[in-house]
Design a protein around this ligand. Structure first.
Ligand code: 5GP
Length: 114
């Protein structure tokens, strides 16, 4: 259907993506325009737009995937830390109207710390 978001098309396998982890409820794949090497997005399979729209079991499953993959992603790109974030609504910079969590590896000296 034409009203599916780009992330639904990735989840459905209609658009290629570098999927790094999958569960029954959530999928993690590399961001196409990464802010840093290893920048990964974690999305629920159900197409909720914002965090508030997702039932607790859905958001919990998304964060469980975040918790699982963040150390592995960090290690894979030899990063020193990770920024985890959600642009929750258009005014916050959300461009894709399908809830997603950014997992962005951070490196000493990249401006993230003091
Ligand atoms: P937002 O601004 O909505 O929080 O973030 C959307 C993210 O989705 C951006 O970081 C952007 O690079 C990523 N993105 C947009 N289109 C695609 C795509 O087709 N494939 C992948 N893997 N990432 C995408």
């Amino acid at each position: 259907m034409s009203d599916r978001t780009i992330f639904e098309r990735i989840i459905d396998g209609d658009i290629p993506a570098n999927i790094v982890h999958e569960t029954e409820r959530a999928v993690a794949f590399l961001d196409a325009n990464p802010l840093a090497p290893g920048h990964t997005l974690v999305v629920p399979r159900e197409p909720h737009t914002r965090l508030r729209d997702a039932p607790p079991e859905v958001s919990e499953s998304v964060f469980e995937v975040v918790r699982t993959i963040a150390p592995a992603v960090e290690e894979a790109v030899d990063a020193d830390a990770t920024t985890v974030g959600i642009n929750d609504g258009t005014a916050a910079g959300q461009e894709v109207p399908h809830l997603h969590v950014h997992v962005v590896p951070r490196f000493e000296g990249d401006g993230g710390g003091s």
